[in-house]
Design a binder for this molecule. Structure first.
Ligand SMILES: Nc1nc2c(ncn2[C@@H]2O[C@H](COP(=O)(O)OP(=O)(O)OP(=O)(O)O)[C@@H](O)[C@H]2O)c(=O)[nH]1
Ligand SMILES: [Mg+2]
Length: 203
């Protein structure tokens, strides 16, 4: 299917916060109740429409476990958006955000849009991190913020789509370099279906 833009996303954050479940809910509208620990990296894709334009989201879901950290770092390259996820029922996952943010800033393009996500909003009775704390962290670090539930699907569409809207606005403002793919252009994994007239974000 033809598309006007291809946006690459990376999903990061501690193990067990619900990164893979957010991706599964967004691409397949399903919830996985059992923790299928991600090994290395997983991949998903979906088409969305913004401003009447078809945009393909190519999403890399990384492993939160510390031992995979160096693999994760290699996936920031070329990412236009990042979903930085913590679990509102586990304070430690919120405390680790600074480390994740440092990693992200260091290994990505400075214009990458970062969406902070407080996931598992359905577990209100077990909440350890107030919504206001997430909002404050986001404000302080220039991130967009949403609370989501991969279980009930609350705000999941919005999280992925609002990130794309922000990227799209940056493109309109001329912040990103948009390159036409050509035969000589190196294709990254997952970009094989790029067609002649399509464009993708290059950094
Ligand atoms: N109640 C509830 N549980 C969730 C939610 N999102 C994820 N979970 C559960 O949390 C556990 C971990 O979810 P995953 O998506 O596998 O976590 P992950 O961040 O991908 O973990 P790693 O792959 O190890 O980095 C699973 O048991 C999920 O069912 C949510 O929004 N609400
Ligand atoms: Mg996972």
């Amino acid at each position: 299917m033809a598309y006007a833009y291809l946006f690459k996303y990376i999903i990061i954050g501690d193990t067990g916060v619900g990164k893979s479940c957010l991706l599964l809910q967004f691409t397949d509208k399903r919830f996985q109740p059992v923790h299928d620990l991600t090994i290395g990296v997983e991949f998903g894709a979906r088409m969305i429409t913004i401003d009447g334009k078809q945009i393909k989201l190519q999403i890399w879901d990384t492993a939160g476990q510390e031992s995979f950290r160096s693999i994760t770092r290699s996936y920031y390259r070329g990412a236009a958006g990042a979903l930085l996820v913590y679990d509102i029922t586990r304070r430690d996952t919120f405390n680790h955000l600074t480390t994740w943010l440092e990693d992200a800033r260091q290994h990505s393009n400075s214009n990458m849009v970062i969406m902070l996500i407080g996931n598992k909003s359905d577990l209100e009775s077990r909440r350890e991190v107030k919504k206001e704390e997430g909002e404050a962290f986001a404000r302080e670090h220039g991130l967009i913020f949403m609370e989501t539930s991969a279980k009930t699907a609350s705000n999941v569409e919005e999280a992925f789509i609002n990130t794309a809207k922000e990227i799209y606005e940056k493109i309109q403002e001329g912040v990103f370099d948009i390159n036409n793919e050509d035969e000589s252009g190196e294709l990254e994994k997952g970009e094989q279906e790029l067609e002649g007239h399509t464009m993708s974000l290059e950094f």
